[in-house]
Design a protein around this ligand. Structure first.
Ligand code: URA
Length: 210
């Protein structure tokens, strides 16, 4: 993946995102749409995975057929909202290894505070896809990727649903080697660090809290 930012313009992605943005969309619909959209975004972010080949036998003859190369990829969810993206991706890539990083955003400083980290072994040999629906200030995404790099990860991609220009710039500055894939690049952040026009608090909307 050569671009730092990829916006997935597929009509199904854009249509589902519009439904998710609407304030009256129910929790159940929001969650279902997120699962559907994450599957489509996962398709895009894995587009350039390395392939190798092996000999197989079809009912008709032998052939050399393509299969994924290397170790199983690692999905790393930034809690809690990242988990909403995880379900759909795991439907597409059920053999993926899964890690979790717990970071909450201090409401005053907007800085990330880590409270949990459990990630798969041998990160250095895996494609690592970090998932968080909202790339807002970029603080928690950058902190999560700092942590993964400390643990050896070298080939990292970041998957989100919505990105703010501020978050994209912060990621590009801190981790220029990490491509970002998103369904939309919105206008800006508001004074509370929310993406505008956005869709509100992704965690609250998917889990029905607040
Ligand atoms: N996190 C959210 O859930 N929504 C935003 O708009 C920004 C960060």
């Amino acid at each position: 993946m050569t671009e730092h930012l990829t916006v997935v313009k597929h009509p199904l992605v854009q249509h589902k995102l519009t439904l998710m943005r609407e304030k009256d969309t129910s929790t159940a619909s929001f969650r279902r749409l997120l699962r559907e959209i994450s599957l489509l975004l996962a398709y895009e972010i894995t587009r350039e995975m390395e392939l190798t080949s092996k000999w197989i036998e079809t009912p008709l003859q032998e052939m050399k057929a393509p299969i994924l190369e290397g170790k199983k990829l690692a999905l790393v969810s930034i809690l809690r909202a990242g988990n909403g993206l995880l379900d759909g991706i795991l439907e597409l890539i059920p053999a993926a290894r899964v890690g979790f990083i717990g970071l909450y955003r201090d409401p005053e400083t907007l800085k990330p505070v880590q409270y949990y980290c459990k990630v798969p072994a041998e990160l250095e040999d895996r494609l690592v896809i970090v998932v968080d629906p909202m790339l807002a200030t970029g603080n928690s995404s950058v902190a999560a990727i700092d942590l993964l790099k400390e643990k050896g990860a070298k080939n990292i991609r970041f998957l989100c649903l919505l990105a703010a220009p501020e978050g994209v710039a912060r990621m590009k500055e801190a981790h220029p080697d990490v491509p970002v894939v998103t369904a939309a690049l919105d206008e800006r952040l508001n004074d509370h660090g929310y993406i505008v026009p956005g869709l509100g608090d992704a965690g609250d909307r998917m889990f029905g809290t607040k």
